[in-house]
Unconditional design. Sequence first.
Length: 396
Amino acid sequence: MEQAYSLLLITLAAALLPGVAGLLRLPAPVLEIIFGIILGKSFFDLQLHGQWMSFLAQLGFLMLMLHAGMEIDFKALGRQRPGQLAFQLLVFVVSAGLALAAAFLLGRGLFMALVLSTTSLGLVLPSLKETGLIKSPLAQTILIAATLADFLTLLALTFYDSWVSHGFTWNLVLPLPMFVGFGLLLWLGRLWAWWRPELAERLLLSDDPQEQGVRLSLAVLFLFVALSELIGLEPVLGAFMGGCVISFVMRERAQLQSKLSGLSFGFLIPIFFIHVGMQFDLARLSGPGSLTFALLLLALALGVKVLPGMMFLLQGLGWRGSLQTGLLLSARLSLIVAAASIGLRQGVLTPADKDAVVLLALLTCFIGPTLFRLLARGAGAPPSDQPVPHPPRTRL
Protein backbone atom coordinates (compact mmCIF):
# COMPACT_ATOMS: atom_id res chain seq x y z
CA MET A 1 0.00 0.00 0.00
CA GLU A 2 2.86 2.38 0.86
CA GLN A 3 4.49 1.66 -2.51
CA ALA A 4 1.19 2.42 -4.30
CA TYR A 5 0.88 5.77 -2.53
CA SER A 6 4.49 6.62 -3.39
CA LEU A 7 3.90 5.79 -7.05
CA LEU A 8 0.75 7.93 -7.06
CA LEU A 9 2.61 10.86 -5.48
CA ILE A 10 5.49 10.73 -7.98
CA THR A 11 3.30 10.34 -11.05
CA LEU A 12 0.99 13.18 -9.96
CA ALA A 13 4.04 15.39 -9.48
CA ALA A 14 5.34 14.44 -12.94
CA ALA A 15 1.95 15.43 -14.39
CA LEU A 16 1.39 18.70 -12.49
CA LEU A 17 4.84 20.25 -12.03
CA PRO A 18 5.35 21.36 -15.69
CA GLY A 19 2.18 23.46 -15.46
CA VAL A 20 3.34 25.05 -12.20
CA ALA A 21 6.78 25.68 -13.73
CA GLY A 22 5.12 27.47 -16.64
CA LEU A 23 3.27 29.78 -14.25
CA LEU A 24 6.53 30.52 -12.40
CA ARG A 25 8.43 30.94 -15.71
CA LEU A 26 10.97 28.29 -14.66
CA PRO A 27 12.28 25.31 -16.63
CA ALA A 28 10.20 22.29 -15.61
CA PRO A 29 13.27 20.16 -14.67
CA VAL A 30 14.26 22.79 -12.09
CA LEU A 31 10.95 22.45 -10.27
CA GLU A 32 11.09 18.66 -10.57
CA ILE A 33 14.55 18.55 -8.96
CA ILE A 34 13.41 20.92 -6.20
CA PHE A 35 10.35 18.72 -5.58
CA GLY A 36 12.67 15.71 -5.33
CA ILE A 37 14.92 17.59 -2.89
CA ILE A 38 11.90 18.26 -0.65
CA LEU A 39 10.83 14.60 -0.75
CA GLY A 40 14.32 13.16 -0.41
CA LYS A 41 17.28 13.20 1.93
CA SER A 42 17.33 16.96 2.49
CA PHE A 43 13.85 17.28 4.09
CA PHE A 44 11.23 14.52 4.38
CA ASP A 45 13.61 11.64 3.61
CA LEU A 46 10.87 9.64 1.88
CA GLN A 47 11.91 6.01 1.55
CA LEU A 48 10.61 4.31 -1.60
CA HIS A 49 10.58 0.54 -1.44
CA GLY A 50 11.20 -1.64 -4.46
CA GLN A 51 13.15 -0.97 -7.65
CA TRP A 52 10.43 0.77 -9.65
CA MET A 53 11.68 4.32 -9.00
CA SER A 54 15.30 3.66 -9.97
CA PHE A 55 14.18 1.64 -13.03
CA LEU A 56 11.86 4.37 -14.31
CA ALA A 57 14.48 7.03 -13.55
CA GLN A 58 17.14 5.11 -15.50
CA LEU A 59 14.76 4.66 -18.42
CA GLY A 60 13.97 8.39 -18.28
CA PHE A 61 17.72 9.07 -18.25
CA LEU A 62 18.13 7.05 -21.47
CA MET A 63 15.19 8.84 -23.12
CA LEU A 64 16.65 12.20 -22.09
CA MET A 65 19.94 11.40 -23.80
CA LEU A 66 18.09 10.11 -26.87
CA HIS A 67 16.36 13.49 -27.15
CA ALA A 68 19.68 15.26 -26.59
CA GLY A 69 21.08 13.41 -29.60
CA MET A 70 18.00 14.21 -31.67
CA GLU A 71 18.53 17.92 -30.97
CA ILE A 72 21.82 17.84 -32.92
CA ASP A 73 21.12 19.71 -36.17
CA PHE A 74 23.39 18.11 -38.76
CA LYS A 75 21.81 20.23 -41.48
CA ALA A 76 22.90 23.43 -39.73
CA LEU A 77 26.39 22.00 -39.20
CA GLY A 78 26.58 21.14 -42.90
CA ARG A 79 25.71 24.71 -43.88
CA GLN A 80 28.69 26.10 -42.01
CA ARG A 81 31.65 27.24 -44.07
CA PRO A 82 34.95 25.58 -43.09
CA GLY A 83 36.23 28.83 -41.59
CA GLN A 84 33.11 29.33 -39.49
CA LEU A 85 33.15 25.76 -38.22
CA ALA A 86 36.86 26.02 -37.42
CA PHE A 87 36.18 29.19 -35.41
CA GLN A 88 33.37 27.47 -33.47
CA LEU A 89 35.72 24.57 -32.70
CA LEU A 90 38.36 27.04 -31.54
CA VAL A 91 35.86 28.63 -29.15
CA PHE A 92 35.03 25.21 -27.71
CA VAL A 93 38.73 24.34 -27.32
CA VAL A 94 39.34 27.62 -25.44
CA SER A 95 36.32 26.93 -23.23
CA ALA A 96 37.55 23.37 -22.53
CA GLY A 97 41.02 24.72 -21.74
CA LEU A 98 39.59 27.22 -19.24
CA ALA A 99 37.46 24.44 -17.75
CA LEU A 100 40.57 22.31 -17.28
CA ALA A 101 42.36 25.19 -15.54
CA ALA A 102 39.30 25.79 -13.34
CA ALA A 103 39.11 22.10 -12.40
CA PHE A 104 42.72 22.05 -11.25
CA LEU A 105 42.19 25.35 -9.40
CA LEU A 106 39.40 23.61 -7.50
CA GLY A 107 41.67 20.66 -6.79
CA ARG A 108 39.62 18.35 -9.00
CA GLY A 109 40.66 16.30 -11.98
CA LEU A 110 39.88 16.00 -15.66
CA PHE A 111 36.33 14.79 -15.13
CA MET A 112 35.31 18.06 -13.46
CA ALA A 113 36.75 19.88 -16.50
CA LEU A 114 34.41 17.83 -18.72
CA VAL A 115 31.52 18.71 -16.41
CA LEU A 116 32.30 22.43 -16.71
CA SER A 117 32.57 22.13 -20.52
CA THR A 118 28.94 21.07 -20.87
CA THR A 119 26.05 23.25 -21.95
CA SER A 120 22.32 22.62 -22.41
CA LEU A 121 20.94 22.68 -25.93
CA GLY A 122 17.54 21.91 -24.42
CA LEU A 123 17.59 25.29 -22.62
CA VAL A 124 19.25 27.27 -25.42
CA LEU A 125 16.54 26.57 -28.00
CA PRO A 126 13.51 27.62 -25.88
CA SER A 127 15.29 30.80 -24.74
CA LEU A 128 15.99 31.83 -28.34
CA LYS A 129 12.38 31.16 -29.34
CA GLU A 130 11.00 33.07 -26.36
CA THR A 131 13.01 36.20 -27.15
CA GLY A 132 12.06 36.12 -30.85
CA LEU A 133 15.69 35.71 -31.95
CA ILE A 134 15.42 32.19 -33.31
CA LYS A 135 15.95 33.23 -36.96
CA SER A 136 18.67 35.77 -36.27
CA PRO A 137 22.39 35.23 -37.01
CA LEU A 138 23.02 35.46 -33.26
CA ALA A 139 20.73 32.48 -32.68
CA GLN A 140 22.44 30.40 -35.37
CA THR A 141 25.83 31.15 -33.81
CA ILE A 142 24.62 30.11 -30.35
CA LEU A 143 22.90 26.96 -31.63
CA ILE A 144 26.03 25.77 -33.47
CA ALA A 145 28.18 26.46 -30.39
CA ALA A 146 25.75 24.56 -28.13
CA THR A 147 25.55 21.66 -30.58
CA LEU A 148 29.33 21.29 -30.74
CA ALA A 149 29.66 21.56 -26.95
CA ASP A 150 27.03 18.85 -26.41
CA PHE A 151 28.44 16.48 -29.02
CA LEU A 152 32.15 16.89 -28.25
CA THR A 153 31.66 16.71 -24.49
CA LEU A 154 29.75 13.43 -24.83
CA LEU A 155 32.50 12.15 -27.11
CA ALA A 156 35.15 13.06 -24.53
CA LEU A 157 33.09 11.45 -21.76
CA THR A 158 32.97 8.24 -23.80
CA PHE A 159 36.76 7.87 -23.92
CA TYR A 160 37.23 9.09 -20.34
CA ASP A 161 34.72 6.51 -19.14
CA SER A 162 36.61 3.78 -20.99
CA TRP A 163 39.94 4.98 -19.58
CA VAL A 164 38.62 5.02 -15.98
CA SER A 165 37.11 1.55 -16.39
CA HIS A 166 40.03 -0.18 -18.14
CA GLY A 167 43.06 2.13 -18.07
CA PHE A 168 45.51 2.42 -20.97
CA THR A 169 44.77 -1.00 -22.40
CA TRP A 170 43.34 -2.29 -25.66
CA ASN A 171 39.90 -1.70 -24.14
CA LEU A 172 40.49 2.02 -24.68
CA VAL A 173 40.07 1.55 -28.42
CA LEU A 174 36.91 -0.55 -28.09
CA PRO A 175 34.69 2.51 -28.69
CA LEU A 176 36.34 3.06 -32.08
CA PRO A 177 34.56 0.14 -33.84
CA MET A 178 31.32 1.44 -32.36
CA PHE A 179 32.00 4.90 -33.77
CA VAL A 180 32.88 3.38 -37.16
CA GLY A 181 29.64 1.43 -37.06
CA PHE A 182 27.86 4.60 -35.95
CA GLY A 183 29.18 6.49 -38.98
CA LEU A 184 28.30 3.60 -41.29
CA LEU A 185 24.78 3.49 -39.89
CA LEU A 186 24.42 7.24 -40.43
CA TRP A 187 25.45 6.86 -44.08
CA LEU A 188 23.23 3.82 -44.68
CA GLY A 189 20.31 5.53 -43.00
CA ARG A 190 20.58 8.61 -45.20
CA LEU A 191 20.95 6.41 -48.28
CA TRP A 192 17.83 4.45 -47.32
CA ALA A 193 15.85 7.66 -46.73
CA TRP A 194 16.97 8.96 -50.14
CA TRP A 195 15.98 5.76 -51.98
CA ARG A 196 12.73 5.20 -50.05
CA PRO A 197 11.43 8.70 -49.25
CA GLU A 198 7.79 7.56 -49.16
CA LEU A 199 8.56 4.97 -46.45
CA ALA A 200 10.66 7.44 -44.46
CA GLU A 201 7.84 9.97 -44.66
CA ARG A 202 5.28 7.39 -43.52
CA LEU A 203 7.32 6.79 -40.37
CA LEU A 204 6.82 10.46 -39.47
CA LEU A 205 3.07 10.63 -40.07
CA SER A 206 1.04 11.42 -36.97
CA ASP A 207 -1.88 9.21 -38.08
CA ASP A 208 0.17 6.00 -38.37
CA PRO A 209 -1.87 3.54 -36.22
CA GLN A 210 1.12 1.20 -35.80
CA GLU A 211 3.46 4.02 -34.66
CA GLN A 212 6.33 2.51 -36.63
CA GLY A 213 8.45 5.61 -36.19
CA VAL A 214 8.24 5.38 -32.39
CA ARG A 215 8.99 1.65 -32.49
CA LEU A 216 11.98 2.16 -34.76
CA SER A 217 13.32 4.98 -32.56
CA LEU A 218 13.09 2.87 -29.43
CA ALA A 219 14.74 -0.03 -31.26
CA VAL A 220 17.64 2.23 -32.26
CA LEU A 221 17.86 3.48 -28.66
CA PHE A 222 18.14 0.02 -27.12
CA LEU A 223 20.42 -1.21 -29.90
CA PHE A 224 23.02 1.42 -29.04
CA VAL A 225 22.46 0.96 -25.30
CA ALA A 226 23.11 -2.77 -25.69
CA LEU A 227 26.24 -2.15 -27.79
CA SER A 228 27.52 0.30 -25.15
CA GLU A 229 27.01 -2.32 -22.44
CA LEU A 230 28.83 -4.95 -24.52
CA ILE A 231 31.97 -2.84 -24.91
CA GLY A 232 31.90 -1.49 -21.34
CA LEU A 233 30.66 2.06 -21.95
CA GLU A 234 27.99 4.01 -20.12
CA PRO A 235 24.57 3.17 -21.64
CA VAL A 236 23.59 6.85 -21.70
CA LEU A 237 26.36 7.52 -24.22
CA GLY A 238 24.88 4.89 -26.50
CA ALA A 239 21.45 6.48 -26.07
CA PHE A 240 22.90 9.83 -27.17
CA MET A 241 24.44 8.26 -30.27
CA GLY A 242 21.11 6.60 -31.09
CA GLY A 243 19.48 10.03 -31.01
CA CYS A 244 22.16 11.35 -33.35
CA VAL A 245 21.37 8.55 -35.83
CA ILE A 246 17.67 9.47 -35.82
CA SER A 247 18.50 13.16 -36.21
CA PHE A 248 20.81 12.54 -39.16
CA VAL A 249 18.55 10.12 -41.03
CA MET A 250 15.23 11.91 -40.47
CA ARG A 251 15.89 15.59 -41.10
CA GLU A 252 12.15 16.49 -40.86
CA ARG A 253 11.47 14.77 -37.56
CA ALA A 254 9.23 17.25 -35.69
CA GLN A 255 6.23 14.90 -35.61
CA LEU A 256 8.34 11.95 -34.51
CA GLN A 257 9.89 14.02 -31.71
CA SER A 258 6.41 15.09 -30.64
CA LYS A 259 5.31 11.46 -30.37
CA LEU A 260 8.37 10.46 -28.35
CA SER A 261 8.03 13.52 -26.11
CA GLY A 262 4.62 12.35 -24.93
CA LEU A 263 6.19 9.30 -23.29
CA SER A 264 9.56 10.76 -22.31
CA PHE A 265 8.97 14.38 -21.25
CA GLY A 266 5.40 13.56 -20.24
CA PHE A 267 6.35 10.84 -17.77
CA LEU A 268 9.79 9.20 -17.72
CA ILE A 269 12.14 12.22 -17.77
CA PRO A 270 10.33 14.07 -14.93
CA ILE A 271 10.75 10.93 -12.81
CA PHE A 272 14.50 11.00 -13.55
CA PHE A 273 14.79 14.62 -12.38
CA ILE A 274 12.68 13.94 -9.28
CA HIS A 275 14.95 10.99 -8.51
CA VAL A 276 18.04 13.22 -8.90
CA GLY A 277 16.54 15.65 -6.39
CA MET A 278 15.74 12.87 -3.94
CA GLN A 279 19.40 11.81 -3.95
CA PHE A 280 20.52 15.40 -3.28
CA ASP A 281 21.59 15.99 0.33
CA LEU A 282 21.60 19.63 1.36
CA ALA A 283 23.52 18.77 4.53
CA ARG A 284 26.61 17.97 2.42
CA LEU A 285 26.73 21.59 1.25
CA SER A 286 25.83 23.27 4.54
CA GLY A 287 29.39 23.53 5.85
CA PRO A 288 31.42 26.71 5.18
CA GLY A 289 33.98 24.86 3.06
CA SER A 290 31.36 23.11 0.96
CA LEU A 291 29.38 26.31 0.42
CA THR A 292 32.52 28.18 -0.61
CA PHE A 293 33.35 25.40 -3.06
CA ALA A 294 29.82 25.55 -4.55
CA LEU A 295 29.97 29.33 -5.01
CA LEU A 296 33.46 29.18 -6.52
CA LEU A 297 32.27 26.41 -8.84
CA LEU A 298 29.39 28.64 -9.96
CA ALA A 299 31.70 31.59 -10.67
CA LEU A 300 34.13 29.43 -12.65
CA ALA A 301 31.30 27.72 -14.55
CA LEU A 302 30.07 31.12 -15.74
CA GLY A 303 33.57 32.29 -16.56
CA VAL A 304 34.54 29.31 -18.75
CA LYS A 305 31.59 30.10 -21.05
CA VAL A 306 31.34 33.90 -20.90
CA LEU A 307 35.03 34.59 -21.59
CA PRO A 308 35.26 32.39 -24.72
CA GLY A 309 31.91 33.86 -25.81
CA MET A 310 33.63 37.23 -26.16
CA MET A 311 35.70 35.71 -28.97
CA PHE A 312 32.64 36.17 -31.18
CA LEU A 313 33.58 39.86 -31.31
CA LEU A 314 35.91 38.69 -34.07
CA GLN A 315 32.83 37.46 -35.97
CA GLY A 316 31.12 40.84 -35.79
CA LEU A 317 28.51 40.01 -33.12
CA GLY A 318 29.33 43.06 -30.99
CA TRP A 319 29.73 43.26 -27.22
CA ARG A 320 26.09 42.61 -26.40
CA GLY A 321 25.72 39.65 -28.76
CA SER A 322 28.99 38.07 -27.60
CA LEU A 323 28.00 38.47 -23.94
CA GLN A 324 24.56 36.99 -24.68
CA THR A 325 26.22 34.02 -26.36
CA GLY A 326 28.45 33.28 -23.37
CA LEU A 327 25.64 33.70 -20.84
CA LEU A 328 23.22 31.42 -22.65
CA LEU A 329 25.90 28.76 -23.21
CA SER A 330 26.62 28.85 -19.46
CA ALA A 331 23.15 27.37 -18.79
CA ARG A 332 23.55 23.71 -17.91
CA LEU A 333 20.97 21.15 -16.93
CA SER A 334 20.39 17.79 -18.60
CA LEU A 335 23.93 16.96 -19.72
CA ILE A 336 25.65 18.18 -16.56
CA VAL A 337 23.28 16.14 -14.38
CA ALA A 338 23.97 13.14 -16.60
CA ALA A 339 27.73 13.70 -16.31
CA ALA A 340 27.48 14.02 -12.52
CA SER A 341 25.59 10.72 -12.30
CA ILE A 342 28.26 9.01 -14.43
CA GLY A 343 31.05 10.53 -12.33
CA LEU A 344 29.48 9.32 -9.09
CA ARG A 345 29.07 5.77 -10.43
CA GLN A 346 32.68 5.74 -11.66
CA GLY A 347 33.97 7.04 -8.33
CA VAL A 348 35.63 10.15 -9.83
CA LEU A 349 33.15 12.44 -8.06
CA THR A 350 32.27 12.28 -4.38
CA PRO A 351 28.61 12.52 -3.29
CA ALA A 352 29.32 16.09 -2.12
CA ASP A 353 30.82 16.96 -5.53
CA LYS A 354 27.78 15.48 -7.26
CA ASP A 355 25.43 17.56 -5.10
CA ALA A 356 27.47 20.68 -5.86
CA VAL A 357 27.14 19.95 -9.58
CA VAL A 358 23.35 19.49 -9.27
CA LEU A 359 23.16 22.81 -7.40
CA LEU A 360 25.26 24.35 -10.17
CA ALA A 361 22.77 23.06 -12.74
CA LEU A 362 19.86 24.60 -10.83
CA LEU A 363 21.58 27.99 -10.57
CA THR A 364 23.03 28.28 -14.07
CA CYS A 365 19.82 27.23 -15.82
CA PHE A 366 18.17 30.17 -14.06
CA ILE A 367 20.98 32.76 -14.26
CA GLY A 368 22.05 32.21 -17.89
CA PRO A 369 18.65 32.39 -19.65
CA THR A 370 17.43 35.18 -17.35
CA LEU A 371 20.39 37.47 -18.08
CA PHE A 372 20.14 36.55 -21.77
CA ARG A 373 16.47 37.62 -21.86
CA LEU A 374 17.25 40.87 -20.03
CA LEU A 375 19.96 41.77 -22.54
CA ALA A 376 17.69 40.82 -25.46
CA ARG A 377 14.88 42.96 -24.03
CA GLY A 378 17.27 45.87 -23.61
CA ALA A 379 18.36 45.56 -27.22
CA GLY A 380 14.78 45.30 -28.49
CA ALA A 381 14.54 41.73 -29.78
CA PRO A 382 13.07 41.50 -33.28
CA PRO A 383 9.97 39.46 -34.05
CA SER A 384 10.78 35.83 -34.75
CA ASP A 385 9.79 36.13 -38.43
CA GLN A 386 12.10 39.10 -39.09
CA PRO A 387 15.77 38.20 -38.75
CA VAL A 388 18.13 40.99 -37.96
CA PRO A 389 20.72 41.95 -40.59
CA HIS A 390 23.94 40.00 -40.26
CA PRO A 391 27.00 42.17 -39.52
CA PRO A 392 29.98 41.60 -41.75
CA ARG A 393 32.05 38.58 -40.71
CA THR A 394 35.79 38.48 -40.69
CA ARG A 395 37.25 35.54 -42.57
CA LEU A 396 39.72 33.28 -40.84
